[in-house]
Design a protein around this ligand. Sequence first.
Ligand code: SAM
Ligand code: SF4
Length: 371
Amino acid sequence: MNPKPNIQNLLEKESFSHDELVTLLSVDKAEQELIFEKASQVKQNTVGNKVYLRGLVEYSNICTKNCLYCGVRSGNKNIRRYRLTENEVLEAAQFVLDHHFGSMVIQGGELSSTQNTRRIGQLVTKIKQLSQGKIGITLSMGEQSRETYRYWFECGAHRYLLRIETSNPDLYKKIHPMDTFHSFEKRLQALDDLRNEGFQVGTGVMIGLPFQTNDDLANDLEFFKNFDIDMIGMGPYIEHKNTPLYQYKDLLLPPLDRFYLSLKMLALLRITMPDINIAATTALQSIDKLGREKAIKIGANVIMPNITPGRYRDDYLLYQNKPCTDENADDCKTCLEARIALAENEIAYGEWGDSKHYGTRDKGQGTSEDR
Ligand code: SAM
Ligand code: SF4
């Protein structure tokens, strides 16, 4: 029998083998503190204790996709569908400007109509005009054609979030409908296209999915590294009763275990990819009220306060217990400042907060197969 590896010694290394990652993901509560301490040090020495804000606008819950885990999937007939008006988005942009957030994220269901493409392009252009270029814009509108990505980039968006959800193609098939519309290969292609169009590319996974193993999660960390990704947003999978994946709820880890597994993933990511941007996601907060601040302490450096007009928040329920559905944007900002200070970090107001990694990585064209 192999002797139990010494976690402290393992953490002295700068990179880990696949088996070492699995070992680190499997450690108990006492040993996980060692990982958190190490990640916290790495963060201090690389990206420092600055936290960048991105005002999150949940633009629309109208989606043509039917992902088996998501509350806004097209098959869920129990929600009211909405799309923000142009004015509502521009008011949110004005809020970002007035409160010196530096950046905003526009996120929504996946639509590929020409009308939608134009609408998003026009919004990006108008936000750039309104802010005289001061607001950095991240889009998260799912898989689109390369031409659409190019058009949105030309309009002024420069970062894009598209989670791979899981790097295991078999697991991907289990959490999406079995059709060509929900294809792992297409998602990989979309990530390549985004990169080749010049975007800073963000991806991520859900942690604690039914059928997911620590082996899968270690592969996810290796996928991020091999893809040389600029930013990551990942957090716990949270079940939603009006989705097909809910039938497997008995296979899930208890929420707190999913939470700590997510923190371990995040800490290991900071150790293995020290200069990327890592978001402290809302799903962490839905399990632990201070979840995002705990993530900041051990490696994350981006927070996305929700600035969607309050009356739409209950309609963007990706999962149950999603927080902040009844707060207005001001409340969120005020309490956030104090909580980030508690995590011994400070908000970097008025900065775009681009991924340091993007500044240094090779920008040559390539595909995921080359890497
Ligand atoms: N439609 C775009 C897309 O899929 O990329 C952007 C919006 S989508 C709602 C953003 C992310 O929400 C997805 O990438 C997925 O990881 C996450 N999400 C959806 N359902 C979730 C759930 N039940 N638990 C945790 N995260 C979830
Ligand atoms: Fe639509 Fe995104 Fe939800 Fe999938 S995860 S159903 S693409 S909003």
